[in-house]
Design a protein. Structure first.
Length: 279
């Protein structure tokens, strides 16, 4: 076979190969789109079944309330939110009254300044803070769940309710707080976050709080959700067995000795800067 004939044959084979590759690509694309459509249909079907199941469950809850003359709205709202976002909610039911009272007991209502609550949920700790003597207008409630935010605004219209992520406190509260906070009360599930995130949250809170102001946190665990640190003091309550599940309250404060050391270091740096400037 002559050289020109070989070249023609090679070109013909190359065209056939390109055609077959293009055909395969088209088939693969069509198959991929078919799989995507089937997946999307299946996803929507599952979501619809889940929504229908929630509606049936809500209807049963309402019938149970009417039959027994009770209301379990908060527990149901909390459970539903936990099912949908377990890592964000961190608990199956709202904090019990004993736990809420214990957390509120660490807040002195006579100390001026806003009281910030992180993750108030349906507001059991909020109610305990009001019962402790904190005026609702002083409350700044930071809640991630928009449904809970609407509920809190209805129940505490004079409070400031912010919908957002509490792990960005400086961004959320920087333009809201007109004076240092008298306390921060947290119902956040800290153990779902890395240690560095917990420490950053605590130090951001300290930067917005008055000296010696408490950061009050509850946990179901047997140990502190905040690791030992040189600039933090911590105290724990007794185990609250009346809560389900049993819980403990931890109170953290900025160590004043560390603040003094920071002030001394700052004075030293300023004096050194002035000395070298004079030279």
């Amino acid at each position: 076979m002559s050289l020109p004939a070989l070249e023609l044959l090679e070109k013909k084979i190359e065209r056939q190969i390109r055609f077959q590759i293009r055909l395969l690509e088209l088939k693969r694309g069509a198959l991929g789109r078919k799989i995507e459509r089937e997946f999307e249909t299946h996803r929507r079907r599952i979501e619809q079944k889940f929504e229908n199941g929630k509606k049936r469950f809500e209807s049963r809850i309402r019938r149970f309330e009417e039959k027994n003359g009770i209301r379990i709205d908060d527990e149901f709202r909390f459970f539903r939110s936990w099912v949908e976002k377990p890592l964000a909610i961190g608990a199956v039911t709202p904090s019990g009254k004993a736990l809420a009272r214990t957390m509120a007991s660490y807040i002195d209502p006579n100390i001026s300044g806003p009281v910030v609550e992180l993750g108030p949920g349906t507001g059991p700790v909020t109610a305990a803070l009001v019962a402790q003597g904190v005026e609702p207008a002083r409350l700044v409630l930071v809640e991630y769940d928009p449904t809970f935010c609407r509920l809190l605004r209805q129940r505490y219209p004079s409070a400031t309710v912010l919908q957002g992520d509490a792990y960005g406190l400086n961004r959320l509260l920087g333009g809201v707080l007109r004076e240092p906070a008298a306390a921060v009360v947290s119902g956040l599930p800290l153990f779902t976050k890395p240690i560095k995130n917990r420490l950053r949250l605590l130090h951001e809170a300290f930067s917005l709080m008055a000296p010696c102001a408490p950061f009050v946190q509850f946990t179901y665990a047997a140990y502190s959700p905040i690791p030992r640190a040189l600039d933090i003091t911590a105290q724990a309550s007794e185990r609250i067995w009346a809560n389900i599940p049993p819980a403990r309250v931890w109170v953290y404060r900025r160590d004043q000795r560390s603040e003094v050391r920071d002030q001394v270091s700052e004075v030293g740096r300023s004096a050194s800067h002035r000395f070298h400037s004079d030279l």
